[in-house]
Write a protein that binds this ligand. Structure first.
Ligand code: HEM
Length: 377
């Protein structure tokens, strides 16, 4: 998509389009504009205000689709579980999950990097935080994929079916947790819901499904896209093997170079807004092309060069403003452990097929490859 983005930044940085839903909206492709829009509270995320209560599915009854004060309340309820300190304490545990996954690969010769490693790692971690059985991960994956790929506007029936199944699964799980609460995050949220003040049943479903989806659709692609970038730039991989302390910078560069979230979720103009000479009418949608902003030549020197020694990259892969990714500390740590462990264990790993034949996931939000077959030795 990058040549298209380059053209958009140059010729149409605030570009009007019609979305699959038939609504008008704007795509923002420059870095500076992206930052401004993401920080401007006149662009609302409140789904109920925009579409009425009927427009709200369980996947939008959460912090990502609300404005303050609801946003603050809903984010506050889970923030405690994702502080940098708590996340850092999980390092050795996440490391052992990565080691076990690699020890137990079906073969030590080849693997599918996504299914065998990049996908299970973050899922096991988020399942443990939430307290849901990691063995159910195939179901979570199917439901999450449907929700994310629904952004193509297709498959409305499948979406409804999977929304129903996901809701039934979680509702049954909450009932079980109410009988026997544990130390996990869902137990804390269920207790908060029962107190009757902090969140509704629908919001409980909303926040838990958001965490499951966010945990499934993003970090897997940080690991996948990141390793892919190293395989395409073996000199950068060798540098990282020589200087392991570069891992923090390398992860930031992976996030900038091929960020897992291609577009922000949409905002809508709560009033008529003039923005850089364009008239954005009240009710129109605005979407930020994060992966375009991250290649903006006004912000990054040689933006198309993958350089793990790049300093202070200030990319927008985690968004910006009040909706800045809550899971960023966790995603960074998982990314660091996954990438370091893989390249140290398999320093000669190679793609098994031509890079141009890799198939990218459909949909506008997630940028990631379906399968990455590699030779390990
Ligand atoms: C929000 C990216 C991993 C939980 C966001 C947003 C982005 C993002 C761009 C803002 C969207 C917008 O403003 O429209 C990423 C990337 C990840 C990642 C690139 C991995 C590399 C995670 C993980 C979790 C998580 C692992 C949780 C376990 C959330 C939540 C929000 C969010 C709860 C909503 C925050 C709010 O509305 O205040 N993420 N995410 N993310 N992310 Fe992530």
């Amino acid at each position: 998509p990058y040549p298209v983005y380059e053209k958009l930044r140059k010729d149409d940085p605030i570009f009007k389009v019609m979305f699959p839903s038939g609504e008008f909206g704007w795509i923002i492709s420059r870095y500076e504009d992206a930052v401004q829009i993401l920080k401007d509270s006149r662009f609302s995320k409140d789904i109920v205000k925009r579409y009425g209560a009927d427009g709200q599915s369980i996947f939008s009854s959460n912090m990502l689709f609300s404005d303050p004060p609801d946003h603050r309340r809903l984010r506050g309820l889970v923030q405690k579980a994702f502080t940098p300190k708590l996340v850092a304490d999980m390092r050795s545990h996440i490391q052992s999950i990565a080691d076990v996954l690699l020890d137990e690969l079906p073969s030590q010769e080849t693997m599918n990097l996504i299914d065998d490693f990049a996908f299970p790692l973050p899922i096991i971690v988020i399942s443990e935080i939430l307290g849901v059985p990691a063995e159910d991960r195939d179901k979570f994956r199917m439901w999450s994929n449907t929700v994310i790929e629904a952004s193509t506007g297709q498959n409305a029936e499948l979406f409804q079916q999977h929304e129903r199944e996901f809701t039934e699964y979680l509702t049954a799980w909450f009932a079980k947790v109410r009988q026997e609460p544990g130390q996990d995050l869902i137990s804390q949220l269920v207790i908060a819901e029962e107190s009757g003040e902090q969140l509704t049943e629908k919001e409980l479903l909303g926040v838990v499904s958001l965490l499951i989806i966010a945990g499934h659709e993003t970090t897997v692609n940080l690991i996948g896209n990141g390793i892919l970038a190293l395989l395409e730039h073996p000199e950068q991989r060798d540098l990282l093997i020589q200087k392991p302390e570069l891992i923090h910078q390398a992860i930031e560069e992976m996030l900038r170079y091929n960020g897992p979230v291609e577009f922000s979720t949409s905002r809508w103009a709560s009033e008529d807004i003039e923005f850089r000479g364009q008239q954005i009418a009240k009710g129109e949608l605005v979407i930020v092309a994060l992966d375009s902003a991250n290649r903006d030549e006004e912000q990054f020197k040689d933006p198309d060069v993958f350089d793990i020694t790049r300093e202070k990259s200030a990319h927008l892969a985690f968004g910006k403003g009040i909706h800045l990714c809550l899971g960023a500390p966790l995603a960074r740590l998982e990314g660091e452990i996954a990438v370091s462990t893989l390249i140290n264990r398999f320093p000669n790993m190679k793609l098994q097929i031509d890079v141009d034949t890799l198939e990218w996931r459909p949909g506008m939000i997630v940028r990631g490859v379906k399968e990455i077959p590699v030779l390990l030795k």
